[in-house]
Design a protein around this ligand. Structure first.
Ligand code: SAH
Ligand code: SF4
Length: 360
């Protein structure tokens, strides 16, 4: 047996099964038990895993570690949204947000430290990419939030990969995390409740569609012409709108399930009446629903937030065209819960101690 410690959270159920068989001479059932202790019961102390023999537990304890993400900072919004800044490997900081909705909570996690895609309206985009997160670092955010949520007596029902980074630019790390989130032996979440949001990396969307990973997809469209989309999203030069929509068409969605098209409304840039009509036309015949996201000016990148009434006008129009459209008003505005914001702020003020900042 190797002396080196293994990070439990990097293993899928089938990989763990194989490892236990080859290196520990243990049966598949042991992998099932281990996954249940760790992912169902949140127990990572082998002493408590009493349905496994003491001898095997001692050997496992010498082989596996269960790293935790340290809470570097936590902010609580007056609307109930909580934003976490977690420290992962190498002292890197990533954010996760527990978003409070009417009768549920959604956990938003990061997939990378920074982002290489450089969208002009996004704070994370201004950081550039430092690196992709490992599967374990992604799952540590989930574990960290589950543990802290006990202090609030709440829990999340959905997970979205909409924090820092482009999830499909970290295909392996993200799909492996999704596997453990949805594995019946793992967190056992329904794939309908786990959503990967992409800037529109067409080959990766097709690869995901062809893989055996089952997950919901959201696509950041954010414009109705290639000219404007390229202006705000450099990725559009590589994968223009028509190609992107073709990939969306080929994405397997179960019955009653749709791909979410995200549309960040940038005042007077991509939110004209013409855009509204063009968007409805572009979406025609696609298995999609639309999320309208008014630009969050916390990002401070020089775009305008559209007027509330205009956002409702868009929603009504899209509905009248037979399209499902929802509005995602920003949550946690008082704690800077916009994409990528907390991490960049903290960088500026160097290393902060672990503190809670509770917005009034
Ligand atoms: N990289 C992925 C997921 C992270 S961004 C993606 O781009 O889809 C998650 C969502 O936040 C995207 O739809 C993005 O367009 C949106 N977003 C980024 N900056 C924003 C801002 N300042 N205001 C509103 N939405 C923003
Ligand atoms: Fe990256 Fe998404 Fe931000 Fe674009 S919107 S820079 S892809 S995190």
């Amino acid at each position: 047996m190797s002396e080196e410690f293994r990070d439990f959270f990097n293993y899928s159920y089938s990989e763990l099964t194989e490892l236990l068989e080859t290196e520990f001479g243990a049966t598949k059932f042991r992998a099932t038990q281990l996954f249940e202790w760790v992912y169902r019961k949140g127990v990572t102390d082998f002493d408590q895993m009493t349905n496994i023999s003491r001898e095997l537990r001692t050997r496992l304890a010498a082989a596996f570690v269960f790293p935790k993400a340290r809470i570097h900072e936590r902010r609580i919004s007056s609307d109930g949204t909580r934003k976490y800044l977690f420290e992962v490997e190498n002292g890197d900081l990533v954010e996760s947000v527990m978003i409070k909705q009417v009768n549920r909570m959604t956990l938003c996690v990061s997939s990378q430290v920074g982002c290489a895609m450089g969208c002009r309206f996004c704070r994370t985009g201004t950081m550039g990419l430092k690196r992709s997160l490992s599967t374990s670092e992604i799952l540590r955010q989930v574990n960290g939030v589950i543990e802290d949520a006990k202090n609030f007596g709440d829990s999340f029902q959905n997970i979205v990969f909409m924090g820092m980074g482009e999830p499909l630019h970290n295909f392996d790390g993200v799909t492996r995390a999704v596997r453990n989130l949805t594995d019946q032996h793992g967190y056992a979440m329904s794939p309908r409740k786990v959503t990967v949001s992409t800037v529109g990396l067409v080959p990766a969307i097709r690869k995901l569609a062809a893989s055996d990973v089952s997950v919901s997809l959201a696509v950041s469209l954010n414009a109705t012409t290639d000219e404007i989309r390229s202006q705000v999203m450099p990725v559009n030069d590589r994968f223009p709108i028509a190609e992107l929509l073709d990939a969306v068409k080929g994405f397997p969605v179960g019955p009653r399930k749709k791909v979410t098209m995200e549309y960040v409304m940038l005042g007077e840039l991509n939110d004209t009446e013409e855009d509204m009509r063009r968007l409805a036309k572009l979406m025609r015949g696609l298995p999609v629903k639309v999320n309208l996201i008014p630009y969050n000016d916390n990002a401070g990148l020089g775009f305008k937030t559209p007027a509330r009434e205009w956002v409702f006008t868009w929603q009504r129009y899209l509905n009248s065209q037979g399209l499902q459209a929802f509005i995602r008003w920003s949550k946690g505005a008082d704690i800077a819960a916009a994409c990528g914001q907390l991490a960049t702020e903290s960088k500026r003020s160097s290393r902060l101690p672990v503190v809670d900042r509770v917005a009034a």
